[in-house]
Ligand binder design. Structure first.
Ligand code: FUC
Length: 975
């Protein structure tokens, strides 16, 4: 069957489609693209099974076609030349777009615009009977009728810019291309067109640059799929590491989501552990696009009364349009960036035995080890918070066996050179972003320190041969000093740190790193029992957990969350962003920034309960900074005092409303973050901290003193315009806002009383608090998400904002039984599905509803459906919040302290009958150890650091205990 569809009717639309203009974007991307023409090398991906797709395939590319005087050429082609076997996307005839498969052809009979970047996508699904073409996120041609047989698979290379014979060459440029083993949905394609966020099911994705900094090197004219499938036979499978707190694997990482993260808060790497190549994808936490900028929109204020009026008149569509004009300029924020990739290429090995790569959470060291030709090779690496550098040691158990060539590449515009014969140095800058100039430069240095052997420098590569061992030290710095100062000297910073570290022995650096890390990590231990599953490699355990009992995997996941927090958030650095500090992209999902309508808050949920209080310092510094920048937003957008932050912020501490009114027009992001300041005080009792935090809380409160409006219909004080995060349009007084403000006013008032200041202001905010819209129970017995009773019991939206009052707050609990029941009903309506972070939130909710089995079900679902092989949380794509949310949820299952009492094992699931935990923290300055057997408490040890009294609860039993400072008391199950 042959289908040819010429949708010339759509032609007219194309010219008005939202193509990027000959704009800044085009100019910026010229250097980050590959020129394709008859003279270009032949770019091919070797034939491999993964690409022999018969049921579903998606081809995607960003291309800029030349004004073609001839018939056109292939963009991506994996078909047998001269036949229709396979799949191919091309511009034939006459610059039109065409997608041919063994099912037939679909074409879009219009000219690809010359000299304009265009996103093109072809989708085939035999099972779903579709064959479609998309341009710039819009479907332009397709068919859904016919037989849709499985594609005839072809073991030929995949050609980029030409066919597998190297002919039919495309004329123009390509900057990114991808192949997926599934059919992307229309909304995924639209999203990719706007912002290429990683999607699941990608088999290969190539960011292509012609000059320096190619992401995937054209090796002898051949593009390697993904990170390079290795031509190695693995024999004698390795056994598990000796200790349980390891993530470990029997094969190198093929994808980024299989690589293992190391980090010291500031400097991160993803370690692939290949045999032919060690690949460290590198990050530094201040390397972002942009420069200090003012996003505030001076026309917002005059539109505010109209937006309010329309909302109060229930004209939500009109209000939405007005709100669109109140957004910031630019409408997005800046983006966290990858620095680049350090690659160590090793001599070819065709057969290796006993291969294992692992990440030991007990030492924060990643290790790769294997044997080849009678030699055992070992690589150990860590990112040291003590020395401020990444250290990697390569060794062999026979002398003279360590050889490699080291090189650095980056998708950023960069320069590279060799310094002193032993250091690869690179400087790079990201592209400008949304019209904001990028001024940050990285300096990345990798110094090779061999023991024996010969080190030779050639252009920008260092080659070491015949060494006994070698240490590679890596450091990165930027000129970022703080959100308004970019006068730093990255070269001086890396010189100083590397200069200090280089003379040290690897053993000494390792010991200092382990000691520093363990001082924090060892504060909490968790034993949930083990099973034979614990001996399997981590990826296999994750695949098996749906059907097997593997309680130790939950303990590993808990400790991995703590590991990630320690590795991505240390005093002096930046807070953990959407990906912690690990990002391999120049355009990461949601810019890998700080989304403060749930994600950033969730990142820090385990910080106090799991005894890592120090990790909050970067967050609190960020809050104090947005309390500065947010003053201008308060003035310009609302004519108000105090400060405000909406649903996102970035390195430059932008606080205005961004993206869309449905998400951005939400003024309570800063207020929510303030509740973390109060929580810190609850756990630490640090009065000096409270004195520093109070002005920030006061400023946040002041903003709402000025902007709360009396609802004309209900008479309650409400935020307006606002949203219930990310759904329901612009409204007044969503339940989440009211709950956050009850906390903010309450906590600010308490802080002012403790500090003995601002009695009048305290009275004022308590009065405002009393006037806020109350919780309401709706017609389904649910807790209403909005002022009106309009919840849809079938709404399974990932945000469960109205239940903020259950967790992380505590306004609704067993002592408010009607609301508690209504909130539970709302959670049941939302269901158990959700993105990674949404499931993680639900673990915490169910723990607060004291339902351990349901909490455990959510945890299992998160592990089964929302966890990558490297245990990173899958939204999807990767977002680290789900890791932190799950660690918090596990802690909440074992201990809760939000009700003025220490509740022991409040939500212990039946899947964890025996176990113990040591070192969890509780509000009021307590540290607890708890042990249980047969699902029942055996004993608990409670240590007080403040010397106060505590009510302790186990089920229905309670007891009051008095403590002296530093005193420990042990209780049995009778309390
Ligand atoms: C919020 C969520 C999305 C995502 C993004 C980073 O906007 O609704 O699911 O997590 O943040």
């Amino acid at each position: 069957m042959k289908i040819t569809l010429c949708l010339s009717a759509l032609l007219a639309c194309w010219s008005c489609a939202a193509l990027p203009s000959a704009s800044a974007q085009s100019v910026a991307t010229q250097s980050q693209s590959l020129i394709l023409n008859d003279q270009a090398p032949i770019y091919q991906v070797k034939p491999q099974k993964a690409l022999d797709l018969s049921d579903e395939v998606t081809l995607e590319a960003w291309v800029q076609a030349d004004e073609m005087t001839r018939e056109g050429g292939r963009i991506l082609d994996k078909s047998v030349p001269g036949t229709n076997d396979g799949y191919l996307l091309d511009t034939f005839p006459g610059n039109s777009l065409r997608f041919i498969t063994s099912n037939g052809a679909v074409s879009y009979d219009a000219k690809l615009p010359a000299d304009t970047w265009t996103h093109v996508v072809a989708v085939y699904s035999a099972s779903r009977k579709i064959q479609k073409l998309y341009i710039n996120g819009r479907e332009v041609a397709g068919t859904t009728v016919g037989d849709f047989p499985p594609l005839r698979v072809t073991f030929v290379p995949l050609g980029l810019g030409g066919d597998p014979d190297g002919k039919n060459r495309f004329q123009g440029r390509v900057r990114r291309a991808a192949v997926y083993g599934r059919a992307l949905s229309a909304s995924e394609i639209a999203r990719r067109a706007a912002n290429p966020q990683a999607l699941p099911g990608v088999l290969g994705e190539w960011a292509l640059t012609s000059a320096a900094g190619i992401n995937i090197q054209p090796l002898a004219g051949v593009l390697i799929l993904g990170n390079g499938k290795e031509n190695v036979t693995f024999v004698n499978e390795s056994s598990a590491p000796k200790t349980l707190l390891n993530l470990w694997y029997r094969r190198p990482a093929q994808k980024w989501e299989e690589a293992l993260p190391i980090g010291n808060g500031r400097l991160g790497a993803m370690v692939f552990g290949g045999v032919a190549q060690e690949h460290l994808q590198l990050n530094e936490d201040t390397f972002w696009t942009g420069s200090p900028y003012d996003p505030n929109n001076p026309s917002a204020l005059k539109l505010l009364p109209e937006a309010r009026r329309l909302i109060f008149e229930d004209k939500s569509d009109e209000a939405y349009h007005v709100a669109e004009k109140m957004l910031s300029h630019p409408i997005g924020q800046m983006s966290y960036q990858t620095v680049g990739d350090l690659r160590l290429n090793f001599p070819e090995q065709s057969r290796v035995s006993n291969y294992r790569r692992s990440l030991d959470l007990d030492t924060a060291i990643a290790t790769t080890t294997y044997e080849a030709n009678g030699v055992r090779y070992t690589r150990e690496m860590f990112s040291s918070a003590v020395d401020g550098v990444i250290a990697l040691r390569l060794s062999a158990d026979k002398p003279g066996q360590v050889s490699f060539s080291a090189s650095f590449d980056s998708p950023q515009k960069n320069t590279r050179r060799i310094e002193n014969g032993d250091t690869i140095a690179s400087e790079g800058t990201p592209a400008d972003h949304s019209g904001i100039k990028s001024v940050l430069r990285f300096n990345c240095r990798a110094r090779v320190l061999p023991q024996g052997g010969k080190l030779v420098a050639q252009e920008d590569t260092l080659s070491l041969s015949g060494a006994d061992s070698a240490v590679v030290l890596v450091d990165i710095a930027t000129n970022f000093k703080n959100y308004h100062d970019t006068s730093g000297d990255p070269v001086a910073l890396t010189s100083a740190r590397l200069g200090k570290a280089a003379p040290k022995s690897f053993a000494a650096m390792r010991a200092a790193h382990v000691a520093d890390y363990q001082k924090l990590f060892h504060r909490v231990s968790l034993d949930l029992g083990t099973s034979t599953a614990a001996l399997l490699p981590t990826d296999e355990r994750l695949r098996a957990v749906a059907t097997s009992q593997d309680p130790q995997l939950a303990a590993l996941f808990f400790q991995f969350g703590r590991y990630l927090l320690l590795s991505s958030s240390r005093p002096g650095g930046e807070p953990a962003n959407l990906q912690g500090i690990w990002n391999n992209s120049v355009s990461p999902p949601w810019d890998s920034k700080y989304t403060i309508n749930i994600n950033t808050e969730m990142n820090y949920w385990p910080s106090e309960t799991t005894n890592l209080s120090e990790t909050t310092e970067p967050l609190f510094r960020m809050i104090s900074e947005i309390a500065q920048t947010g003053q201008k937003t308060a003035q310009v957008h609302y004519g108000a005092r105090g400060w405000v932050a909406h649903h996102n912020t970035d390195l430059w501490r932008a606080t205005g409303p961004i993206d869309l009114p449905a998400s951005g027009m939400w003024p309570t992001g800063g207020a929510w973050l303030c509740t973390d300041l109060w929580e810190h005080y609850q756990f630490t009792g640090d009065r000096k901290f409270l004195a520093r935090a109070y002005p920030i809380m006061k400023g946040a409160s002041l903003f709402f003193v000025d902007t709360l409006v009396k609802h004309p219909k209900y008479g309650w004080l409400v935020t307006v315009p606002s949203v219930s995060p990310e759904q329901g349009g612009v409204v007044a007084g969503p339940t989440m806002d009211m709950s956050i403000l009850r906390d903010l006013f309450d906590q600010t008032a308490k802080a002012s009383a403790i500090l003995g200041v601002d009695a009048d202001f305290r009275a004022q905010i308590l009065e405002k608090r009393a006037g806020l819209a109350p919780f309401q129970i709706g017609k389904y017995g649910q807790l209403q998400e909005w002022l009106e009773d309009k919840d849809d019991p079938k709404n399974d939206h990932r945000h469960v904002s109205h239940l903020y009052a259950v967790f992380p707050s505590n306004q609704i609990n067993a002592s408010t039984p009607a609301l508690f029941a209504a909130a539970k009903r709302s959670l049941l309506f939302r269901g158990d599905a959700g993105t990674g972070w949404s499931k993680a939130w639900k673990i915490n909710f169910w723990a607060r509803f004291l339902d351990g089995d349901h909490a455990h079900k959510m945890l299992t679902e998160a592990l089964v459906n929302n966890t990558y092989p490297n245990m990173f949380d899958a939204h999807p794509p990767f977002q680290i919040d789900g890791n932190f949310g799950a660690a918090s949820g596990i802690a909440e299952m074992l201990l809760q302290s939000q009700n003025g009492e220490l509740n022991l094992l409040p939500a212990l699931p039946s899947a964890w009958p025996d176990g113990s935990v040591r070192g969890l923290k509780a509000r009021g300055g307590f540290e607890l150890g708890i042990a249980w057997h047969g699902g029942k408490l055996t004993n608990a040890t409670i240590r007080s650091t403040w010397g106060t009294s505590a009510r302790v609860r186990y089920g229905e039993k309670t007891t009051e205990l008095k403590f002296k400072v530093g005193q420990s008391r042990t209780l049995d199950s009778s309390l």
